[in-house]
Each structure stands twice: as structure tokens, then as C-alpha cells.
Ligand binder design. Structure first.
Ligand SMILES: [Zn+2]
Length: 272
């Protein structure tokens, strides 16, 4: 028991160290090779986004991780869920669970835009006037809390054991930092990555104030889901995009307390 707790703490610290290193490298790259011109002071945004992220991280550690990990262990022990029921070789079963977790996150992301109560929380993420790695961890804590039942349903219905779930969550986290980043990659490299993965230019289009542009590129790791649904867009140049929501546009109106209470305001819906 003590050994397992020690391994858990070590895993947590190693994961936090890797996440911090990737975040630091991306932030350094953003200052050296920015993809879009910044609207706001980077340091002020960073402080604000990290404050929101700290509250959300606490919610995830308390409400999400223990429950979903426990659910994944039950799935493994009792062989519940689709992937476990098909009698597949273990690696195929885990690959299928990984893919289905990623697809059902695509569905969740669409829901957060389409269902007004969820949109009011997801809008806090989209209200950032610039887009960089810190936007990728800036989610309202209630959005994180609301995603817990969805995550549990994903694990239980798909049949995602601890290994498939852990690998998908690690890959997803790195992908979310990467595709929100304001890093200008060489075009040839970005095109090659965009064959499979969500890239910074793709996700920039999703953060546009223009509704028709925002209603595209919903994927979070593999972009095959947008390809299958015909919602992948690569045709908007980054310098033609205004990042954020139509309102509020004043950076002074986007301080930490306002971001916490924003879901309780009537915000104008992005226009087409
Ligand atoms: Zn979104």
C-alpha cells in the first residue's frame, strides 16, 4: 500500500515535471517564433491563466483523477465496456480504447459549444484575446467538474483500462499544450504533423471570433474526427483571425474574478 502510494506520488511529480518542462519550452518558443501578434501583455495573461489553471488543477486532482482511475481499475478487473468485450488481442483492445476516448472527447467538445449551460463555462476558455500554451490549461473549474460524469461514462462504456486511459490522458495533455501554443513552426513541418495531429494553426481557427470558423477543428489530439465529420478547416490564414469572443474585448475586463463569474453573465453568441 505504502509502496503504491510512493509510486503514485513519484508518477505525479514526474508527470508535473514533464508538463512544466514542455510548457516552459513552448513558452520560450512562443517568444522567439510567435505565430500570431499578441493583443495583450504576455506576463499579465500568463499570471491570470495560471491562476485559473491552478483552481482547475485542484478540481481535477480531487474530483476527476481518483474517480476515473478507480473506474478504469474496475473496468480492467471486471472486463466491462466495448473494447474488453470484443475478445481482441490486448494491444488492439488498448488501441481501440485510445481511439474511442479521443473520439468521444470530440463529441464532448462539440457539446460544450452547442449546449448553452456548457458553453457559458467553455466560453471562459475562448474569451482569451490571445492564444498560447497558457490558454490550453485555462478552463473554468466548473467545466472540469461537469466533464467528470462524461469521463466516467467514457471509461465504463468504452472499456478503457488504466493503461489505455493513462496513455491517452498523457498524449492529450501534451497535445493540448502544443496546439494552443503560439509557436510558428516551419510550414512543411506543420503540414506533415497536420496529416494526423491537431496543430497550432488548425486550433487557431477554432478560437476565431467568427462563428463559422469557430465551428470547425473540434479535435483535441488526432484530427481524423474532424476529417470524418467534414469539419476540418485549414484555409484561414493566422493573420486574418481575431482570437477570442466578440465581447468582452477589453483586457481590463478579463481579470481573474471576472473570469470566475463570466458563466453567470449573458454573453453575446459569436456571430457568423
Ligand atoms: Zn472550443
Amino acid at each position: 500500500m505504502a509502496a503504491r502510494r510512493g509510486a503514485n506520488i513519484f508518477g505525479l511529480l514526474a508527470g508535473a515535471g514533464l508538463a512544466g518542462a514542455v510548457f516552459g519550452l513552448l513558452t520560450l518558443g512562443e517568444t522567439r517564433r510567435p505565430l500570431r501578434r499578441a493583443v495583450e501583455d504576455k506576463r499579465r495573461r500568463l499570471r491570470r491563466n495560471l491562476a485559473v489553471a491552478a483552481v482547475s488543477a485542484a478540481v481535477i486532482q480531487i474530483a476527476d483523477r481518483p474517480l476515473t482511475r478507480r473506474a478504469a481499475m474496475v473496468v480492467e478487473a471486471r472486463r466491462w465496456g466495448l473494447a474488453k468485450r470484443l475478445g481482441l488481442p490486448r494491444w488492439v483492445e488498448e488501441a481501440l480504447a485510445f481511439l474511442l476516448l479521443d473520439y468521444t472527447l470530440w463529441v464532448w467538445h462539440v457539446l460544450t459549444h452547442r449546449w448553452p449551460p456548457l458553453w457559458s463555462y467553455h466560453a471562459v476558455h475562448h474569451a482569451d484575446l490571445d492564444l498560447d500554451a497558457s490558454t490550453g490549461i485555462r478552463f473554468h473549474p466548473v467545466e472540469m467538474l461537469a466533464s467528470v460524469p462524461w469521463r466516467l461514462a467514457q471509461v465504463l462504456l468504452i472499456g478503457a483500462g488504466p493503461r489505455a486511459l493513462g496513455r491517452w490522458q498523457s498524449a492529450l495533455f501534451l497535445s493540448v499544450l502544443f496546439h494552443h501554443s503560439n509557436l510558428r513552426l516551419p510550414l512543411a513541418l506543420e503540414r506533415a504533423l497536420a496529416c494526423v495531429l491537431v496543430t497550432p494553426r488548425q486550433h487557431g481557427i477554432h478560437h476565431s471570433v467568427v462563428r463559422a470558423e469557430m465551428d470547425s477543428n473540434w479535435s483535441s489530439l488526432l484530427n481524423v474526427w474532424d476529417r470524418l465529420h467534414g469539419t476540418l478547416r485549414l484555409d484561414v490564414p493566422q493573420d486574418a483571425i481575431t482570437i477570442g469572443l466578440p465581447s468582452p474585448r477589453d483586457p481590463r475586463a478579463l481579470a481573474f474574478p471576472r473570469l470566475m463569474t463570466m458563466p453567470f453573465e449573458e454573453l453575446p453568441w459569436p456571430s457568423s
